[in-house]
Write a protein that binds this ligand. Structure first.
Ligand SMILES: [Zn+2]
Length: 391
């Protein structure tokens, strides 16, 4: 399997500033770790992506909203009207120098990733994954929605059924809303229950929309069971010919903005499992507000996707990268020693709690009912015995 790492100079800087949760070194940390570990060889060198054009971005986002982003950046701040109407210039979605460029490059990277994926590669774009961006409004630190463009590009290239899987700790609401009425796309989001944006609840389901609100402190055993018994049956039933995955690192143990507790090796395995479902695979970044857990998770994911070995103990150069990081949101006493010496987290197994079992049971029940109600969907359409049943 050919793997591509997509990046750009703007992602090596933080962009957001002050005490914003994204004002931490993210993609730059991943790249420095991969370089220290020798994971960008001649055949695996990162590809630099270009910004999408305004015309390309207007395919999904409203021109009035794009005007507001550009004039706010030029004025170094949003007007009261733009702030109210478009949620630009708020604490959550601040105006900063290079805002438009950074957002446009995230879209350009997602489109490049889709083109490479269509040729049979797996394309990893850790600067992407701005899954909360809405058609005409900023939301959840996201201005434009690059996963939407990865999906649209795959469809343009002839892919017929694109599965979007979102492992970020927050509901992938923007992508879900964008394709709610497009039968070619299914969205499947795993996220912590009761977290912002407070959508994607147990009742928020549809034939091509699956939400798995996870209980707090979700452990590795529970995550694995949900993957095998809920995610995979739903995903296989859709029979995708392309997958787009957002691999937010905020679902990991130690993230300051969520309280899920899965470990990075389970996340790597989950991404690989989903990527095995289709011949075209795009993997995007997403949230993640602890620079140590994020850097280790996404560097390790690149190693797994590109077939390189992860050492049990990190060499000096990689340790130096992790030792150089800082983050106001993670107290010093909460920084685990493993974050500075290893890449793979120690496993976090645990009991399968009743709420986890209930979530799986409800999903499977819904899937069974849906196969009857929508026999034209995905796999059901391809199974001759199902056809006979419903004829
Ligand atoms: Zn998130």
């Amino acid at each position: 399997m050919t793997a591509h790492f997509i990046t750009a100079a703007c992602f090596r800087q933080t962009g957001y500033s002050g005490n914003h949760p994204l004002a931490i070194p993210r993609v730059g940390t991943v790249e420095r770790l991969c370089q220290a570990l020798g994971w960008f060889g001649p055949g695996d060198a990162p590809l630099e992506c270009l910004p999408a054009s305004r015309a390309e971005i207007e395919r999904f986002h409203m021109p009035e909203y794009l005007d507001a982003i550009q004039r706010s950046e030029a004025a170094r701040g949003a007007s009261a009207e733009d702030r109210a109407r478009y949620q630009i210039g708020t604490l959550e979605n601040p105006v900063f120098e290079g805002l438009w460029h950074r957002a446009a490059v995230s879209v350009g990277g997602a489109m490049l990733a889709a083109r490479l994926a269509h040729q049979g590669a797996v394309a990893f774009h850790p600067g992407g994954g701005t899954q909360h961006g809405l058609r005409a409004r900023a939301s959840g630190f996201c201005f434009l929605n690059d996963p939407v463009f990865a999906i649209l590009t795959l469809l343009d290239l002839g892919r017929r059924r694109v599965l979007y899987v979102d492992f970020d700790a927050h509901h992938g609401d923007g992508v879900e809303a964008a394709f709610l009425h497009d039968p070619r796309v299914m969205t499947l989001s795993l996220h912590e229950v009761g977290r912002w944006p407070f959508t994607g609840g147990a009742e928020d389901q549809g034939p091509r929309r699956c939400n798995l609100p996870l209980p707090p402190c979700l452990n590795d055993s529970e995550f694995d069971r949900i993957l095998v018994q809920a995610v995979l049956p739903v995903a296989r039933d859709f029979a995708p010919d392309a997958v787009v995955v957002t691999v937010g690192a905020d679902a990991l143990q130690g993230d300051p903005l969520s309280s899920l507790a899965i470990t990075n090796s389970r996340l790597w395995a989950a991404v690989e499992t989903v990527c095995a479902l289709a011949p075209a695979r795009v993997v995007l970044g997403g949230g993640g507000y602890n620079p140590w857990t994020l850097g280790r998770a996404w560097a390790g994911l690149w190693a797994r996707l590109s077939g390189q070995e992860i050492p049990a103990q990190l060499p000096k150069a990689a340790r130096a990268v992790l030792a150089s990081l800082d983050c106001d949101l993670v107290e010093e006493e909460d920084r685990a020693p493993a974050w500075f010496a290893t890449l793979a987290d120690p496993p976090n197994p645990g009991p399968i709690r009743p709420e986890t079992e209930a979530l799986i049971a409800a999903t499977r029940k819904r899937l069974a009912a849906q196969d009857v109600a929508f026999p034209q969907n995905g796999r059901a359409r391809q199974r001759p015995e199902q056809k006979r049943t419903h004829a």
